[in-house]
Design a protein around this ligand. Sequence first.
Ligand code: IMP
Length: 171
Amino acid sequence: MEKELLFSRSDIQKRVKELGEQLSSDYAGKDPLFVGVLNGVVFFFADLMREISIPVKIDFMRAASYGSRMTSSGEIQITKDVEKPIRDRHVVLVEDIVDTGNTLAFVLKQMNEKDPASLKVCALMDKVERRQEEVTIDYAGFTIDSGFVVGYGLDYNEEYRNLPEIYVLKP
Ligand code: IMP
């Protein structure tokens, strides 16, 4: 499939550094727990953590949604939960991309039931056009209107994840 460059390595690096600085300042003294939502988040998560200058702890969870990836179905399941205790912790959920918002809304609900001291969201990409659930993205890397993006962890049928840049697929 044809693809077009959307964000270069340096665009990403610059933005991730800014997010890291913002989070470091907002969470100073709070011993935050950063929870990455697998799999797409791994590259962003690894880079973001290295731009954070305060002590942090990390954990991961995985949410699987069924149906076609390009249309996002709505049937969601937690296939791997966090392992660290969440109660009374300042938690930052780190996502690759928020599209309809269904996955995030589901994950937020599950997380909130564990009684964190606070719960915020950081997403690499905020894709707004197809949003169905009203979710607040407290820290957004890049906001796009529409399009299917790949690279830097984002896939199309498990392809393209390893590309260092972010591309938009041309149908
Ligand atoms: P949502 O539940 O519709 O917000 O979809 C979230 C999930 O759909 C993401 O975690 C991705 O796995 C996938 N997704 C949505 N849009 C894209 C895209 O443009 N590129 C790659 N994956 C996407």
